[in-house]
Design a protein around this ligand. Structure first.
Ligand code: DGL
Length: 258
């Protein structure tokens, strides 16, 4: 069983880590489109084109299942990817993200803040999805684009003063207005900086949807994997521009090759 996972860069590694814990016997190809990161500042048409190229690469590598470990691609290109890869099953991250917020917000009526790329926010995939399921009168849903975060994370500045200051600017209006709330990391890069987001939003619950994504894939594959005696190998890493990787990610990749 070979699972292909892709993202614009290193963000999808947060999803891959959850997948490997949940499905340790699968074999993985991780594709990071580091030559084209960030996706979140690009037009919808460009995101669709780049996402389809990633999906096609994984199809050519004969994967059995694809996980679009990128909120921007999932918001804007999931239908196109599914059509292009049919009959290979494709899971995105937006629906599990919505479910993770719902699980957290059951009976609390706390405000919900989606932190995401500009393209994801523009698509309103989260806003529309959540407002349909929550009573938006009682539980407001906000979407905040954070375009400066992905370049900082790709640079490896995950605990840098500039990062902390940038997050503080993005969340200030919500923190000033509400002492409690639920903030979803609506970009797979953001779990790399979860601690920094938590310290910028004291009193708020910060939700990382990576596990919810892994559970969705488990639901689709568990039986098949339980029946497979095959032992999974470690991850095959593919980056469209390997030179663009921060040292912290190189270390992580070496560790996972052991
Ligand atoms: N990690 C991606 C996401 O979840 C994309 C970030 C970007 O390339 O802008 O949205």
């Amino acid at each position: 069983m070979k699972i292909g996972v892709f993202d614009s860069g290193i963000g999808g590694i947060t999803v891959l880590t959850a997948l490997r814990k949940a499905l340790p016997h699968a074999e993985y190809i991780y594709l990071g489109d580091t030559a084209n990161v960030p996706y979140g500042t690009k037009s919808a048409a460009q995101v669709v084109k780049l996402s389809l190229a990633c999906a096609q690469y994984l199809k050519d590598r004969k994967v059995d299942h694809v996980v679009v470990a990128c909120n921007t691609a999932s918001s804007l290109a999931l239908n196109e990817i599914r059509q292009a890869l049919h009959p290979i099953p494709v899971d995105g991250v937006v629906e599990p993200g919505i479910q993770a917020v719902l699980a957290e917000s059951a009976q609390t009526r706390l405000p919900v803040l989606i932190l995401a790329t500009r393209a994801t926010v523009r698509s309103q995939a989260y806003g529309n999805g959540l407002r349909m399921l929550l009573d938006a009168q009682l539980q407001p849903v906000f979407e905040q684009a954070c375009p400066l975060l992905v370049p900082l994370i790709e640079e490896g500045w995950t605990d840098h003063p500039v990062l902390h200051q940038t997050i503080a600017e993005y969340v200030r209006p919500y923190r000033d207005q509400f002492s409690q709330g639920i903030a979803l990391l609506g970009c797979t890069h953001y779990p790399w900086i979860q601690k920094a987001v938590e310290s910028a939003l004291p009193g708020w619950k910060v939700v990382n949807s990576a596990q919810a994504v892994a559970q969705t894939v488990v639901g689709a594959l568990k039986k098949e994997l339980a029946e497979s005696a095959e032992k999974g190998r470690s991850v095959e890493w593919v980056f469209t521009d390997p030179d663009a990787l921060p040292a912290s990610v190189r270390e992580l990749m070496e560790i996972s090759h052991e």
